[in-house]
Design a protein around this ligand. Structure first.
Ligand code: ADP
Length: 397
């Protein structure tokens, strides 16, 4: 059984072909600059150098055709014919309240997702374009949509409602949804496996710290709270996103800077976060380097970032009445020794202490808490693709 996992962005398309007999990756690739000058497909199979294919690709359908050609290419492909692909799994960002788990894609599902565009105007349209292109090119292959919001659908109302008039929830769907659900699900289940425990018996806090970042409180395998909200802007400070702040700042800055709604959205999504705070970069490696060279704004950006994560850990411990496991994942969570040490620092009285030697790990699964730490702290590389492939396989079976 081979599953193709597709993740479409506005001008990009990421893919992985996974052999589900052993979950090995047969091919992995990325198309960038779709529909603009310099379209390029980077395709890789195990044990071979990356293949770089530079050809104009007008749209996602065009890009997908190039991906299929690469997958069946005699020299650098992974399969002999497209018939070997048994199913396609699509990452979809927002399902609103419509889907609490993955679904087989039908015309009705596509229609329901179109209705969610208003909730995720940046993310859902490219996801849908990818789905439609795939359905045209591979009309007989079953397809599944796996949603970033689904794992969070177990949150109680008290976690997802905002303190605004109730009608805005019922009339317009203004509530907290949460994102990165596929990643939070993967690492929380993997943590239980690594510890040889049943997830039903664990209170887990998962910290997905990438360019976008969110924390989730997972009690007995179900999300009870998460830091991202109506959109992926809420919660932690991120690479370029502001996260939580006094909502009055929005109108204050709109007036001060004469910004319209799109203008302030741009500031909060693209010009803020550690990028805006440090003035250095949105990449944590650059900021860590700048801070170590004495750049004060970079240092304070990191300090503020760590403190925000710590605050969420504390609040979720209070919310769940304790925690058994804390997981770090995604770019920064998997790779930054400093970030994990700083975030967990000073929490010994709460039963959390890191082993500084064990913590010297990047991109590998490892228990990094001290032997006497009541709370286990784990580093787990996320694998959203395999999670999508598993759900896809499960449904098409
Ligand atoms: P996304 O999928 O949201 O684009 P990733 O999960 O790939 O993000 O995370 C990207 C972030 O991880 C970048 O800000 C990058 O700087 C950070 N990162 C990756 N490797 C390291 C590292 N070795 N040390 C610190 N930060 C890192």
């Amino acid at each position: 059984m081979k599953v193709l996992v597709i993740n479409c962005g506005s001008s990009s398309l990421k893919y992985q072909l996974i052999d589900m007999t052993d979950e090995s990756v047969l091919a992995i690739g990325l198309v960038e600059r779709i529909g603009i000058d310099g379209s390029v497909l980077k395709h890789e199979t195990p044990g071979r150098d990356k293949e770089i294919i530079e050809e104009p690709m007008q749209d996602h359908k065009d890009a997908l055709k190039h991906v299929m050609d690469a997958l069946v290419n005699k020299e650098y492909g992974a399969i002999k014919s497209m018939d070997e692909i048994n199913a396609v799994g699509h990452r979809v960002v927002h399902a609103g309240e419509k889907f609490a788990s993955s679904v087989i894609i039908t015309d009705e599902v596509v229609k329901a997702l179109e209705e969610c565009i208003e909730l995720a105007p940046l993310h859902n349209p490219p996801n849908l374009i990818g789905i439609n292109a795939c359905r045209e090119i591979l009309p007989t292959i079953p397809m599944v949509a796996v949603f970033d919001t689904a794992f969070h659908q177990t949150m109680p109302k008290s976690s997802y409602l905002y303190g605004i008039p109730y009608e805005y929830y019922t009339d317009f769907g203004v509530r907290r949804y949460g994102f990165h659900g596929t990643s939070h699900k993967y690492v929380s289940y993997r943590a239980a496996e690594m510890l040889g425990k049943d997830i039903k018996d664990l209170k887990i806090i998962t910290c997905h710290l990438g360019n976008g970042a969110s924390v989730a409180a997972v009690d007995g395998g179900e999300v009870v709270d998460t830091s991202m909200g109506f959109t992926p802007l809420e919660g932690l400070i991120m690479g370029t996103r502001c996260g939580d702040m006094d909502p009055a700042i929005v109108t204050f800055l709109m007036k001060k800077l004469n910004l319209d709604a799109d203008g302030i959205n741009d500031v909060m999504n693209k010009k803020s976060g550690v990028f805006g705070m440090s003035g250095v970069s949105s990449d944590f490696r650059d900021i860590e380097n700048a801070a170590s060279e004495g750049n004060e704004r970079a240092a304070i950006a990191l300090e503020t970032y760590y403190k925000r994560v710590k605050k969420y850990i504390g609040s979720y411990m209070a919310e769940m009445g304790g925690v058994d496991v804390i997981v770090f994942t995604a770019g920064l969570g998997e790779n930054s020794i400093d970030a994990r040490e700083e975030i967990c620092g000073g929490l010994e009285r709460l039963g959390i202490s890191i082993d500084k030697v064990e913590n010297k790990v990047r991109g590998k699964e490892k228990v990094i808490s001290a032997a006497d730490s009541a709370v286990k702290v784990l580093c787990i590389p996320t694998n959203e693709e395999v999670m999508i492939a598993r759900d896809t396989l499960e449904l098409v079976k």
